[in-house]
Design a protein around this ligand. Structure first.
Ligand SMILES: [Fe+2]
Length: 362
């Protein structure tokens, strides 16, 4: 039996299991229709099926009820006084807050073009009067079922995303920790290497401090990289035998060649560690000279990476201000004079200028 709307029965018994599992259970539903008797019939039927029914006689009243009662689904007529169903639909689907509420148009406008217009305007379903109440209920429950399934999927997606973010965060933390341990191990190697000789003890730490100071004064954006490079600049000496490395007297030609291979050896060691690749050029070229007479490649001027030129100044300053087996360390002023005297030949004059600036301001 049809409702013109007329209705055949006031309860439903033949829903598919997945849809019937939706069940009214207090779900709020808004019925918008200017025909009071029809609203009452739908209200009785849906209330019998455990829905909490709210009703409104036109679009304007419906908006007030939506704001106040937040229904989960709306069944709306089209032709109504004050505000018709299309205007109501337009406001709802254009609103961030209410666009997710499913809307079923229930109308006597039954031409194909009417249906196309209604569905194109954003209606989630379109039923024409006269209608069967059980069919209306089925359509309501199908839409609610879909809405909840989408909400469930969105929830699961958000939760998975959170879990993924957490895992990513943990991984980043572990990676950072691993880098720190790796760096500390390498620094430990250099410290152990230098500690075997009283003249070189603490050398790399001091070079890192001076190089970091110059980099800061020059306002560079890779200060940390330069400090790490300075800390590890002589790591290539690890493969050099003690009797050559700490020989007090003049080195033979072969011994000199072995010592002078340490920047390249160091670059090879560092180059194998992916997160330290940035410092390879600084390690490899820290014995180049500004005038092109250094080693390993005889680079000159701006061919030499800036980080390497900074380390060269810091390295030499520490070497000449600390005692060596064959001479006492120079005092501060003499060391500065020596650096200045070699600006433009051994050292980049710009780097020297910045180094003098920080020393003079201390
Ligand atoms: Fe060196």
């Amino acid at each position: 039996m049809l409702i013109s709307g007329g209705v055949g029965c006031y309860c439903h018994t033949s829903l598919k299991p997945e849809v019937s599992s939706v069940n009214g259970s207090g779900t709020k539903i808004l019925i918008v229709d200017d025909e009071e008797s029809l609203r009452s019939l739908i209200e009785i039927y849906l209330s019998n099926n455990n829905y909490e029914v709210i009703s409104a006689s036109n679009g304007r009243e419906a908006l007030e009820k939506i704001d106040r009662d937040k229904p989960e689904i709306i069944v709306s007529d089209i032709m109504m006084p004050e505000m018709d169903g299309y205007e109501l639909l337009g406001i709802l689907k254009g609103s961030a807050e209410y666009s997710d509420i499913p809307v079923i148009m229930l109308t006597s406008m039954d031409e194909d073009m009417d249906k196309i217009h209604g569905l194109s305007a954003g209606a989630d379903d379109y039923m024409t009067k006269p209608f069967n109440m059980e069919e209306l209920l089925l359509r309501i429950e199908k839409l609610l079922f879909l809405k909840r399934r989408i909400a469930g999927a969105e929830y699961r997606f958000t939760e998975s995303q959170k879990l993924l973010d957490l895992t990513k965060e943990e991984l980043l933390k572990a990676h950072k920790q691993l880098k720190k341990i790796m760096l500390e191990s390498l620094e430990g190697l250099v410290t152990a290497l230098e500690a075997r000789d009283k003249y070189t003890r603490g050398h790399s730490e001091r070079v890192a401090a001076y190089a970091g100071g110059i980099a800061r004064e020059m306002n560079l954006d890779n200060i940390d990289t330069i400090i790490i490079a300075a800390r590890l600049h002589d790591i290539g000496k690890i493969g050099v035998r003690d009797n050559i490395l700490y020989k007090g007297e003049k080195l033979t030609k072969e011994e000199k060649a072995i010592i002078e291979a340490h920047p390249v050896k160091g670059a090879e060691i560092i180059g194998k560690i992916s997160f330290l690749r940035d410092i390879v050029p600084a390690v490899k070229y820290h014995h180049e000279r500004y005038d092109g007479t250094g080693f390993p490649e005889g680079l000159r001027g701006d061919e030499i990476p800036l980080a390497a030129k900074i380390i060269a100044v810091a390295d030499t300053f520490d070497a000449i201000t600390t005692d060596r087996p064959y001479r006492k360390g120079l005092d501060f002023d003499h060391a500065l004079n020596e650096l200045q005297g070699n600006a433009g030949t051994q050292f980049d004059p710009v780097v020297i200028e910045y180094f003098l600036k920080i020393l003079n301001t201390k």
